[in-house]
Design a protein around this ligand. Structure first.
Ligand SMILES: [Zn+2]
Length: 93
């Protein structure tokens, strides 16, 4: 009988550890994603002065994603043009 309780306890503890591990892993992932976004938006002179113009459609956008094209030129694309840039297999900065 004691053995059964021991096994049960081990299962419960293992389950709890697994759940905690998953929560911690998720939090870590979120933090890393935020860091990547911060890096891609920081240190860009062109970001000064609010809205930026999309390199593809020339429309002003609040949020641009930066890619490097075949010539190594940096292009900022809006959310609408993002799939186009990704289809052209541009390197995400
Ligand atoms: Zn665009």
């Amino acid at each position: 009988m004691t053995m059964l309780w021991l096994i049960l306890a081990v299962i419960v503890i293992a389950g709890a550890i697994l759940v905690i591990y998953q929560i911690v892993a998720k939090k870590k992932n979120k933090k890393e994603t935020n860091k990547v976004i911060n890096v891609s938006f920081g240190g860009k002179k062109t970001l000064k002065g609010g809205k930026q113009v999309c390199s593809f459609c020339r429309k002003k956008a609040n949020k641009l994603s930066f890619y490097s094209d075949e010539q190594g030129k940096v292009v900022g694309v809006c959310q609408v043009c993002k799939p186009h840039a990704e289809r052209r297999a541009l390197m995400r900065i």
